[in-house]
Design a protein around this ligand. Structure first.
Ligand code: F6P
Length: 361
């Protein structure tokens, strides 16, 4: 006999950029909901778009069997933002009304949203529209306020670190500076962790605007000490002190003129500053593809099953989270409209400096 549950029927979707571990989370939610509580599960295709377009289907055990190790998401994803592209509280749009209608047509008791900052923010706003929502934090960026870690991050970190390891031998063979760009537009967690794990000689984050002269001096000092090559790890959103002074519009214009990729921009600046032979590599979507690491599988499964306990107890309006070594939950308003940046006084920045890494300032 299954245990008693307040939630009898719920919808589940994955939204925003995909990441390894999404299927492990879907499996965790669906298995526990089905096996423990006999809940009915409605899979929603392509994030919030599936609710707008009424693209849904009942999920049965066969649908969520054998997916633990698979990358991507069996539900599909999209960047659909029903409240509009900004984080501002805008008046409910037609899209929001369509979502509310589909939710009630499907007779859902709750909607489980698996996503990053944007998804959990939309979830929080939908709570205010009267929907019962439970959020799960995923993203390779690890930048969601309210959780100590997101699933997807560990897998992407392993890929980023392996790439840095591989660049060492070719940089050494050719006595070059190689700049590698990792994802992270607003927060530099991935570049910071992978940079330390891979022994990057320079690590540049969006949170610490860099001075190219400081980088140049560091690289020249390495050359003088007999090092024939250097690896520069940059986050996608890394910016110079000059760029940091620009407003968003001017910065976009500047980047369109000078090349949209941080790695190529910074490689050129290093070459102009030092005359060193410099190359750029952008790891791109490779970081988000493929099988989840064991650590992400565990975290996604634990968060998924914890979400089901909230469903069973009728504790809606919350995002499950990792706090220290515990699985907890926070009010959905906690991550709403925020980004968890790397604090400039974070111990890992000091660690990087202590092992001789330049952080650009
Ligand atoms: O949020 C995850 C992320 O991979 C970011 O690191 C990156 O800036 C962004 O998604 C890329 O988005 P898209 O998939 O829309 O190109």
């Amino acid at each position: 006999m299954s245990a008693l549950s307040v939630t009898k029927r719920f919808g589940i979707l994955t939204a925003g950029g995909d990441c390894p571990g999404l299927n492990a989370a879907i499996r965790g939610v669906c298995r526990a909901a089905h096996d423990r509580y006999d809940m009915e599960i409605i899979g929603i295709a392509k994030g919030f778009k599936g609710l707008i377009d009424e693209d849904t289907k009942v999920l049965r055990p066969d649908d969520f069997s054998g997916i633990l190790t698979r990358g991507g998401t069996i539900l599909g994803s999209s960047r659909e933002k029903p409240f509009g592209p900004t984080d501002k509280d805008e008046p409910a749009s037609e899209k929001v009304s369509a979502i509310v209608d589909t939710y009630s047509k499907l007779k859902l008791d709750c909607l489980v949203v698996i996503g990053g900052n944007g998804t959990n923010t939309t979830g929080s706003k939908l709570s205010r529209e009267g929907l019962n929502i439970i959020g799960l934090p995923k993203t390779i960026d690890n930048d969601i306020v309210g959780t100590d870690r997101t699933f997807g991050f560990h897998s992407a970190l392993a890929i980023g670190t392996e790439a840095i390891d591989r660049l060492h031998s070719t940089a050494q063979s050719h006595s070059r500076v190689i700049v590698i760009e990792l994802m992270g537009n607003k927060a530099g967690w991935l570049a910071l962790y992978a940079g330390i794990a891979g022994g990057g000689d320079v690590i540049l984050l969006p949170e610490i605007p860099y001075d190219i002269r400081v980088i140049g001096q560091h690289l020249e000092k390495r050359t003088k000490s007999g090092k024939t090559f250097s690896i520069v790890v940059v986050a996608e959103g890394a910016m110079s002190v000059d760029e940091a002074e620009m407003d968003k519009k001017d910065r976009k214009k500047y980047r369109n003129e000078t090349g949209p990729s941080a790695a190529y921009r910074i490689a050129r600046e290093i070459n102009e500053e030092t005359g060193m032979e410099t190359r750029a590599t952008v790891l791109g979507y490779m970081q988000r593809g493929g099988i989840p690491s064991s650590s992400d599988r565990v975290l996604a499964t634990c968060l998924g099953t914890a979400a089901v306990e909230l469903l069973a107890a009728g504790k809606y309006g919350r995002m499950v989270a990792l706090t220290g070594n515990d699985i907890t939950s926070v009010d959905l308003s906690v991550p709403e409209g925020k980004v968890k940046n790397v604090p400039t006084n974070h111990y890992m920045i000091d660690t990087a400096k202590a092992v001789g890494t330049c952080v650009g300032a």
